[in-house]
Design a binder for this molecule. Structure first.
Ligand code: F3S
Length: 390
């Protein structure tokens, strides 16, 4: 492959992976069975995908891809410049030529690309890598869009880090002494990354039943406040039935206590000041599940929102919502389900520059701040109450 016998594109991708592997002391490349590429439809992403496509690369393992922005939705409301539309079309064209599955979703592990326990995969997108490692028990490193694409093209990835069994045990016990009452508590817990520090945490003291949405929130926000590819929760993480299993029978390097006060401090950092006006609500970072959309629908009851509520979700979830009449019901109430789209897309959300919104996702706040959109963070119910009351 490296010699170009399978084409110039595969040779380029192999070169990238071998260089990464050598720099991280990987001893070999191992086959992958799935990939997810955190496409962004922005400059560097378009450059790399077009370079690979022009070199004739075609994916040996068709990857799913992250959201860009919905041409359908944003063209209809005239939110797209000619240049933005052109960039999205170039992205789509390059990834189509590469043989990717154009799913445009950042929670592929729920619908389109679900690994099995123990499967070796190459996933970029931090909320996806941590979920498949920690909740499903598949194995992936925290790949970049480029390395995940190269793995998809070649069908191989360098074996290092979280692909090696001995590197997957927890080394930090996180004692949670706080009531974890709703989905938002798990986002706040995720914001404790700085206090937890580096390493692989195992969370103790959490309720026995934790929902999919809560696990998504925890993993997502751990990568806003820190950098984590894997966490353990005894009874949730496969192979970690007990704390001992999670630690691999070793002593932890440290124990960190998270209290209700810690979570409250994180909550207070993002609150709206009294009387502060809100221009919009942004939900769905990561993409909302059908269950979350139903919850918003029931929170609205008969009310209509006086400011727009944007909910980002996957194509298939939006299709189900349409089929069930929820999409129409929500749009009559100024709530817009948008597929294929990420909060980190200046070409579409740039129009919100200088405005203030609310979201249930600290990650949304972090990304939108880069283009001067202020996002205050609160639970989804409070976001909707603001939308109704404004
Ligand atoms: Fe998904 Fe974009 Fe948020 S990829 S997790 S909507 S920053």
């Amino acid at each position: 492959m490296l010699d170009g016998k399978q084409g110039k594109g595969k040779a380029l991708a192999a070169q990238v992976l071998i260089s990464v592997g050598e720099s991280l002391d990987a001893e070999r490349l191992v086959p992958i069975t799935r990939a997810h590429v955190s496409l962004s439809a922005q400059g560097a992403d378009i450059w790399f995908a077009e370079k690979m496509a022009a070199a004739g690369a075609v994916c040996a393992v068709p990857p799913t891809v992250n959201p860009g922005y919905s041409l359908d939705f944003f063209s209809k409301c005239s939110m797209l410049s000619a240049e933005a539309e052109k960039n999205m079309r170039r992205t789509e064209d390059a990834y189509r030529r590469l043989g990717a599955k154009l799913t445009y979703c950042c929670t592929p592990y729920l619908n389109d690309n679900i690994p099995a326990h123990g499967e070796i995969v190459s996933f970029s997108e931090t909320n996806a890598t941590i979920y498949v490692n920690s909740v499903i028990g598949a194995k992936t490193n925290r790949e970049s869009a480029a390395t995940a694409l190269c793995a998809a093209i070649t069908g191989f990835t360098p074996e290092y880090g979280l692909l090696l069994e001995e590197n997957r045990f927890a080394d930090t016990v996180v004692e949670v002494d706080a009531e974890m009452t709703d989905d938002f508590s798990y986002s706040l817990l995720g914001l404790m990354g700085q206090k937890i520090g580096t390493g692989i945490p195992v969370f103790c003291g959490l309720p026995v039943k934790i929902t999919t949405e809560q696990l998504i929130n925890l993993g997502t926000q751990l990568n806003v406040s820190g950098s984590f590819g894997l966490f353990h929760i005894p009874g949730v993480t496969p192979d970690s039935v007990t704390l001992r299993d999670a630690l691999g029978n070793k002593k932890p390097k440290k124990t960190v206590l998270i209290t209700a006060e810690d979570l409250d401090t994180a909550r207070r950092q993002h609150v709206l000041s009294d009387g502060e006006a809100v221009d919009f609500v942004m939900l769905g970072c990561p993409h909302y599940t059908y269950k979350q959309i139903l919850e918003i629908s029931s929170l609205l009851d008969d009310s209509t929102c006086s400011i727009p509520v944007y909910i980002l979700t996957s194509r298939c979830t939006k299709a189900v919502a349409k089929q069930n009449g929820i999409l129409d019901r929500l749009s009559q109430k100024n709530v817009w389900l948008i597929a294929d789209t990420c909060v980190d897309e200046v070409p579409v959300w740039g129009i919100l520059s200088g405005k203030t919104g609310v979201s249930d996702s600290p990650k949304c706040s972090y990304y939108m701040a880069a283009f001067h959109v202020t996002i205050k963070v609160m639970d989804a119910g409070s976001c909707i109450r603001h939308a109704i009351r404004q």
